[in-house]
Design a protein around this ligand. Structure first.
Ligand code: ZN
Length: 339
């Protein structure tokens, strides 16, 4: 096992990770990149390509070359696998403490999203918990549900090789498999920048962080997108139940939202055929969507004041599923399989 430990004290050094062709893990504090190997025995008739695939490693020229050098002397004619031999397979993973102890190890399973840059924003945070809901006598803050889902989404994107920036960060709350996520105020923007209460000034800071990175990635990125997650309420007498819906401010945002929306619709049709799905895409001229240079969309995961949505969103497994569906929609868009 070989470990390259990179300690980054400030954001600029995080791009070291990019230079090593790992997706950057933009967390403040310590970032470790680990390269581990696993041991695998070939199946009858199996070649290197399929052995790598089966072990969760995309068979590329680089990974095949790495496999050959790890197993020098164990291959017949330098290329064929022998059935009676155990081979070492390179398995890359990231270590991202921001995700918490249970989820800090992020296996890199594919390069499918390599070159695609995502800015994931859990809505609100710091002094602003967002909208508050009440469930079972407990307060449910919007920002905590949005943050937990945001971390899950970020992790899913990293697994497929995307470069991901988690824009709002909480130093001590990783991904939490808990139903009740209590209110706290210690979230900051990446780079350890304070989230202030004043909305205009907060959005300016957020946009400045994202736009600076956008400029740095502009020449090499295949795409750059801002995904902001929320669970708002609607200020009506009878709060409506809200299916995952989208607020966009541009044509590119609309197309991105359509790719995610159709993925979510497909999933519901498959897993809960009687449920129906009413998610909408609304075009609005919001500062939050305008200020950032990458395509930006806002996803409303539900209504924090509606019992049905609360019930759906306090379950950690549902937040995970949502994150996976959103990731799949983003992947389809990135790989040209969107709508
Ligand atoms: Zn919100």
């Amino acid at each position: 096992m070989m470990t390259n430990r990179l300690i980054s004290a400030c954001l600029s050094t995080l791009f070291l990770l990019g230079a090593l062709s790992f997706p950057a893990s933009p967390v403040f504090g310590q970032v470790d990149v680990e390269t581990a190997t696993i041991e695998v025995r070939p199946k009858p008739g199996e070649g290197i390509w399929s052995l790598l695939r089966r072990s969760g490693v995309e068979p590329t020229t680089a990974s095949i070359a790495e496999f050959k050098s790890l197993n020098a002397g164990k291959l017949r004619n330098g290329i064929e696998l022998r059935r009676d031999v155990t081979y070492r397979v390179p398995s890359r993973s990231l270590h991202v403490p921001l995700f918490g102890a249970e989820y800090a190890t992020v296996p890199l399973k594919s390069d499918q999203l390599k070159g695609h840059v995502y800015y994931i924003v859990g809505g609100h945070g710091g002094p602003d918990p967002g909208t508050l809901g009440k469930y079972d006598g407990k307060t449910i803050p919007e920002d905590e549900i949005a943050y937990d889902t945001a971390l899950r989404l970020a992790r899913e994107l990293m697994i497929d090789g995307a470069t991901v920036y988690v824009v709002v960060q909480d130093p001590d709350d990783g991904i939490r498999d808990d139903r009740y996520l209590p209110v706290d105020r210690d979230e900051v923007y990446m780079g350890n920048r304070t989230i202030v209460l004043n909305q205009a000034s907060r959005l300016r800071t957020r946009a400045a962080i994202i736009n600076k990175l956008y400029a740095e990635h502009r020449k090499t990125a295949k795409s750059q997108q801002v995904i902001s997650l929320h669970v708002d309420s609607y200020g009506m007498k009878a709060e409506p139940q809200v299916d995952v819906h989208f607020i966009v401010g541009s044509r590119s945002g609309k197309s991105l939202a359509q790719a995610i929306r159709s993925t979510v619709e497909e999933k519901y049709r498959y897993y809960q055929p009687d449920r129906g799905y009413e998610g909408q895409i609304k075009m609005r001229n919001l500062m939050i969507l305008r200020e950032t240079k990458p395509t930006a969309i806002l996803i409303e995961l539900g209504n924090i004041r509606h019992k049905g949505d609360q019930h759906r969103l306090i379950k950690p497994s549902n937040r995970q599923t949502l994150a996976e569906w959103i990731k799949e929609g983003l992947s389809r868009q990135a790989t040209g399989q969107g709508v």
